[in-house]
Design a protein around this ligand. Sequence first.
Ligand SMILES: Cc1cc2nc3c(=O)[nH]c(=O)nc-3n(C[C@H](O)[C@H](O)[C@H](O)COP(=O)(O)OP(=O)(O)OC[C@H]3O[C@@H](n4cnc5c(N)ncnc54)[C@H](O)[C@@H]3O)c2cc1C
Length: 388
Amino acid sequence: MKLDSLTILGAGIIGLSVAREARLRGLPVRVLDSRSFGTSCTHAATGVLKAPEHRRSPYLDLRHQSWEEWPQLAEQLKEESGGIDCGFRICGGLDLRDRTVQDPHRAMEKLHGSGGNVRVLDQKELKRLLPEMHREPQAGIYIEHQAVVDPGGLMEAMRRSCLGMGVEIAHDLGEISLGIEEGHRVVRSSVETPLPPIDEKNPLVLSAGWETSALINPALEKPLPLKPVRGEAIALDIPAPPHIVTFDAKLADVDDPSGNRSRFSWIPGPGGSSWFGNSVGDTGEGKETLPAPTATGRARLIEAAISFFGPGVESRIVRHWAGLRPKSLRQGGPLMGPIDTARTLWIATGHYRTGLLIGPKTAEWLVDSLTGKSEIHDNFSVPEEFRI
Ligand SMILES: Cc1cc2nc3c(=O)[nH]c(=O)nc-3n(C[C@H](O)[C@H](O)[C@H](O)COP(=O)(O)OP(=O)(O)OC[C@H]3O[C@@H](n4cnc5c(N)ncnc54)[C@H](O)[C@@H]3O)c2cc1C
């Protein structure tokens, strides 16, 4: 069906990527956000993009495709936004995780699927590359296919690109909800704003990050399988590493059978800054719906940073921030596609820890499906039991 317009709730990386993609195909697009620009989870990201080790599942394949398309996307955004550099740079990574250090050659075998150069580095090379490191790992692995992007720069480039193409973007609209009036779905906002009709020719995309569930759950029998997972990071006044450094730090208060919570990254941030974050940051403080940084999160980051840089690193923290990542609770990646049989309401969320990497690619798929070009892979579509 030929659409007349598209309305999107949520102006994070997902909402803006969908807006850009739809506008590139000629659709009139409007994006509404309840908060101000700069407060989304996307702005709290640490900007790491990694090619996965293999592509043996639809989600890993999506990550691979996204990785391959990122260099071109960065170029296009620069052109469309009038010259804004989103900071995309293939900087490579150093894997210093415990298992890797114990048996680097075995670990390296698994990494060839990432597509680039992979090689073992000895202690001498590691010391030369990372003079600030207090540890003395015997070996590590260099992985070429890892990159950084500046999340703030990316969002500004996306925003300008959208505005330049005529997308209407409205921020600070306060509480936005969905309702039904005279049998039709409507968008309600506490700030007076001209709100669009929602019907088959003018569908609505919900890309409000983890808060997408608050928008849609009142209309569902079963709540959307989505939850917020906190991530926290700090900036240090330590010279930036030449590559993204990934290592393990066993934390005193964290039981970590999967090895996820003990994994930390030291990242070359924008403008030569040093960023430091962990892979999963739930603090268990009962503040899982507040995006503010926590004392527990800070203490864990400091503990890990001390294990890497040595004592005294606490005094070198220049910023501490947090964000709530939208985690899809069913296996296999984000939740995308129509949620009602009339195909008027669409979901685009659940990108969890890889929204910057895969967000633009999934936006392309969503718009393909909206415009009838192709359907979304079963792995990523909204399961039947959660549809209206
Ligand atoms: C510390 C940290 C580090 C991360 N590092 C990386 C990384 O290195 N690489 C990577 O790929 N990903 C990373 N991520 C994950 C990435 O940030 C997320 O996957 C991504 O930002 C999710 O984007 P989103 O657009 O779904 O949500 P958001 O960016 O949160 O955008 C949702 C928007 O919806 C708005 N909204 C909420 N409710 C409503 C409503 N009712 N109506 C209208 N608007 C509404 C919000 O104000 C917000 O602007 C990281 C996240 C964190 C927290």
